[in-house]
Design a protein around this ligand. Structure first.
Ligand code: UDB
Ligand code: ZN
Length: 185
């Protein structure tokens, strides 16, 4: 299983590379990685398992974060308590086809499993995205996402492009966002 020790941290050069496209059919190795990325998120959101293995509760984990520079990421956005997840997929070669002009940022700012410090500030992103991605069998999917799930997916796609959340924070005034940015509580 993946634990925090397998996750590379800020300063590791892989986090700043553009990851390689994945080709189909997936090798056994890449299928295994996909399953492990999602398993980490499930484990990290299970209170008992997370405590036992000291996992931070994660909603997304991209392959480059475990030092595999390929365009694959797991996303697990929980639904309302006791209900099914709002968005749970391993995305292969995800692309944002279009995005809203309307920006949104999390009121609390963002963190990252690969960043062991707090970096305060708004991270302005598109509030709505139209996303193309492939599943593990190579089937194409198109999804429209909005709000929190859209932000998580944009954070993970950034990892595939060597970008970290604090790259988007206004250096002079961290809690200043472009005019009209929605602040999501
Ligand atoms: C996270 N977790 O996983 F609303 F069950 C963050 C960390 C960095 C704090 C672990 C998170 O937001 N947890 C969370 C939120 C909920 C419900 C819940 C768990 N990431 C993912 C990451 O680093 N991927 O590379 C950071 C998020 C900041 C904004 C989007 C992703
Ligand atoms: Zn991250």
């Amino acid at each position: 299983m993946i634990t925090m020790d397998d996750i590379i941290r800020e300063g590791h050069p892989t986090l700043r590379k553009r990851a390689e496209k994945v080709t189909f059919p997936l090798s056994d190795e890449k299928q295994k990685l996909a399953a492990q990325l999602m398993e980490f998120l499930e484990n990290s959101q299970d209170e008992e398992i997370a405590k036992k293995y000291k996992l931070r509760a994660g909603v997304g984990l991209a392959a480059p974060q475990v030092n595999q520079s390929i365009r694959m990421t797991a996303v697990l956005v929980p639904g309302p308590e006791g209900e099914k997840p709002e968005f749970k997929h391993v995305l292969v070669n995800p692309t944002i086809i279009s995005e809203s002009v309307q920006k949104a940022a999390l009121a609390e700012g963002e963190g990252c499993l690969s960043v062991d410090r707090e970096v305060p500030g708004y991270v302005p992103r598109a509030n709505r995205i139209k996303l193309r991605w492939y599943d593990l069998e190579g089937n194409e999917h198109i999804d429209r996402l909005k709000g929190y799930p859209a932000i998580v997916v944009q954070h993970e796609i950034d990892h595939l492009n060597g970008i970290l959340f604090f790259d988007h924070i206004n250096k002079d005034n961290p809690f200043e966002a472009p005019e009209g940015t929605l602040i999501l509580e």
